[in-house]
Design a protein around this ligand. Structure first.
Ligand code: ATP
Length: 629
């Protein structure tokens, strides 16, 4: 690739577009444009004809700066992109927006005011017979959409108009009217290039270029061509030109070796590449374009309100469900109790008095312990058959089995008061222990049950020892857990997981909605169309970031409020820091979404890569370790 120049012909020159020695190919394929020369005079219509796939669109894309030639030069008498109106072959409009909203967006892109857009739109709507300005594009027929696409191209009254097959799917009467309009525009000094498959309609153009094998076979006034070839049909002229060209090729083949000839056809000419540059190409970011993109993003998001609601509410639903169903302490968990000391029916813990170290006590420690367990919201079920209790545990009908030995109270009090002094044998000592079986198939609920059993036992023992006038600390483990430097001693699991879920939800929803947003526009051709207006990728991403950040912020506030008001999720630390972190998470989610949008060809590819990466990111981001603690 050689030197790059700004190539703008001075406004007074008679030619509007000059293409010289244009060579273009995709990858390592044969050249689509193979030394093509083309000249469009100011104030004329240039009909660009050729069979399907010959490279018409490729050339137009190079003229408007959508892609670059491999070599050759294109000069265009426009300093700014807004002096060009380009209608791509695909409709490339916003299907969820109304006619007016589409006009307004493209008008804003070129710096028009709302009033200017309205005034010009009304003329175009009535001339091109576009349905009402309030109709949504997705409810219009293919022909109506194509007419709207023409109208949007003409909205800002550009001086160079490039139309790629504008008359496809349009009835002959309207087609004729469009040509009349183009003729009028050319009389007013506009330069127009139009590609078409309908050779006869191109007869109305001032000049036609007949393209084949990457070159122009002829570039002439259609009437001059007809008279030159003594025909009244352009199609016949085209066939004659092809025939002539083949004759020339045959003659050449006789004179030269095949290889030499082919290589001269299929190799890049030695002409240097001169890229088109416009004034706006040097700027980094335009406020006008950001405003237009934000307006459009807002409307697209508003129309896809189901998606919007999903984005807003999913983290809220996720954290709420977690709080209700998983993170909260289970209630009424059934526990099987085999009490060999006393029948549960005879448990009256409220009559407990005196010290349990005394020999003549009339109550059972098991009853008192079970009272504490009941206060933790467990459902105590009395069992008499150990096998049945264990079977029920295996079938998940109970979450734990507790077995109290026959002399539990006596042995336990002895163990505590005289354990160090007496030499109990193991069997006797074990009579002072409760046997506990747990179901470890559910780690979370097993943690709750285990923790509550231990806590109930400690509560019961502390109270019993206080009752004996002793210091309860003598039975504690010789470790003192001080107040943590952050958070509370008894923070619930919910408090951690809610935050983690909020962060993960914010990241993935920002990523997913950005990817979908980006891909929808990329596949629909809207991104490409906006490039013609000089919109840069940086501006598209910046507008998305601004917009998604607003959604992310609302989503975070909503989720936090509901979590803190409805559930036991205290806000520890600095709110400002939390919002900054949430903002950064949203930002990285958006960037991740943009990268996914760029590398994924379509929604399916994006969905697969989204699912795959979200799993890996969830595991590696630390959320799993957060939820364990
Ligand atoms: N991005 C691309 N990558 C690879 N090949 C491409 C690309 N775009 C176009 N082509 C190929 O270049 C050739 C010319 O395509 P182009 O769209 O310019 O033809 P066209 O004359 O406009 O056709 P039609 O009249 O059917 O629209 C075709 O063979 C097409 O397959």
């Amino acid at each position: 690739m050689e030197e790059v120049e700004i190539n703008v012909i001075g406004g007074k020159k008679p030619s509007s577009i000059i293409v010289r020695d244009a060579y273009k190919r995709y990858g390592r394929s044969n050249f689509i444009l193979n030394g093509l020369n083309l000249t469009v005079q100011e104030g004329t219509i240039y009909g660009f004809l050729g069979p399907s796939g010959c490279g018409k669109t490729t050339l137009l894309n190079c003229i408007v700066g959508r892609s670059d030639l491999n070599s050759g030069s294109i000069k265009i008498s426009a300093k700014r992109r807004s002096e060009i109106g380009f209608m791509p072959q695909e409709i490339s409009l916003y299907a969820d927006l109304s006619v007016f909203e589409n006009f307004l967006f493209f008008g804003y892109l070129v710096g028009m005011t709302r009033e200017e857009v309205e005034a010009r739109m009304n003329d175009l709507i009535s001339f091109l017979e576009i349905p009402s300005k309030d109709r949504f594009v997705n409810s219009m027929s293919g022909g109506q959409q194509r007419r709207l696409s023409i109208a949007v191209t003409l909205l800002h009254n550009p001086k160079i108009i490039i139309l790629d097959e504008p008359t496809v799917g349009i009835d002959p009467i309207l087609c004729n009217q469009i040509w009349q309009m183009l003729l009028e525009l050319s009389e007013r000094g506009k330069s127009i290039i139009i590609t078409t498959h309908y050779i006869q309609e191109a007869q109305q153009a001032h000049t036609i270029g007949l393209m084949r094998d990457g070159k122009l076979l002829a570039e002439e006034n259609p009437l001059a061509l007809l008279s030159q070839y003594q025909s009244d049909d352009l199609e016949n002229v085209f066939l004659k030109l092809i025939f002539e060209e083949q004759q020339i090729k045959c003659n050449k083949l006789k004179s030269f070796y095949d290889n030499q000839n082919r290589s001269s056809c299929n190799s890049k000419s030695s002409t240097r590449l001169v890229k088109i540059r416009f004034e706006e190409d040097n700027r980094i970011c335009s406020k006008r374009i950001l405003k237009a993109l934000t307006y459009k993003n807002f409307l697209v998001m508003k129309r896809g309100y189901v998606h919007l609601m999903f984005t807003m509410l999913l983290p809220l639903i996720q954290t709420s469900l977690f709080n209700i169903a998983i993170g909260a302490k289970p209630q009424d968990v059934p526990i099987a109790v085999l009490n060999n000391e006393i029948s549960l029916r005879h448990c009256y813990p409220h009559v407990y008095s005196g010290c349990f170290f005394q020999q003549n006590i009339s109550f059972s420690s098991s009853c008192l312990f079970l009272k504490y367990l009941k206060e933790e919201k467990y459902k105590i079920l009395s069992y008499h058959d150990e096998n049945k209790a264990l079977k029920d545990l295996r079938n998940s009908e109970v979450r734990a089995v507790l077995r109290f030995p026959r002399n539990y109270t006596k042995r336990m009090s002895e163990k505590i008061s005289e354990g160090m002094l007496q030499n109990y044998d193991d069997a006797v000592l074990l009579e002072g222990f409760v046997d506990v079986w747990l179901d470890n198939s559910n780690r979370l609920s097993e943690d709750f049950v285990r923790y509550d059993i231990m806590r109930s036992m400690m509560s019961f023992l502390r109270r019993a020892i206080i009752q004996c006038g002793k210091n309860p600390d003598i039975i504690g483990i010789p470790i003192v857990i001080e107040k943590p430097i952050r958070g509370d001693v008894n923070v619930s699991l919910n408090s951690y997981v809610s935050c983690a879920l909020m962060i993960v939800g914010t990241f993935f929803l920002a990523a997913a909605s950005t990817t979908l947003f980006f891909i929808a526009e990329k596949v629909g051709g809207q991104v490409e169309r906006t490039y013609i207006y000089g919109v840069t990728m940086f501006e598209i991403i910046l507008a998305l970031i601004l917009f998604q950040s607003a959604i992310g912020f609302t989503q975070a506030v909503l989720t936090m409020l509901i979590n803190f008001i409805s559930f036991d999720n205290p806000l520890e630390g600095n709110v400002f820091t939390f919002f900054c972190l949430l903002g950064l998470t949203t930002f990285s989610g958006i960037l991740f979404g943009v990268v996914q949008g760029i590398i994924s060809g379509d929604v399916t590819a994006a969905a697969y890569s989204g699912i795959g990466t979200s799993f890996i990111l969830s595991v590696t981001s630390g959320i799993v370790s957060i939820s364990y603690y």
